[in-house]
Ligand binder design. Structure first.
Ligand SMILES: [Zn+2]
Length: 75
């Protein structure tokens, strides 16, 4: 069974599209391979999840960095 995952937070590393085909339907397992609907690039679900985690960390670091800059300015 194939299912399309829309509204997925991860981006295809090759074309940047966020829609993937999953062999397991809407709830892929970490080792499942997802196919990008834009360019056909195949990526493991867990790699995409790792990518989402990395981007979330980057966002948090940026917010914290801006906060610290604010503190330094007030000195
Ligand atoms: Zn792609």
């Amino acid at each position: 069974m194939t299912g399309r995952i829309g509204n997925f937070k991860a981006k295809c590393p090759r074309c940047g599209k966020t829609t993937f085909e999953s062999p397991a339907g809407a709830k892929p397992k970490p080792e499942d391979k997802l196919t990008c609907t834009g360019c056909g690039h195949v990526v493991r679900h867990k790699d995409l999840v790792a990518q989402i985690g990395k981007e979330a960390t980057k966002r948090v670091e940026k917010v914290l960095g801006d906060m610290l800059k604010g503190f330094n300015r007030r000195k």
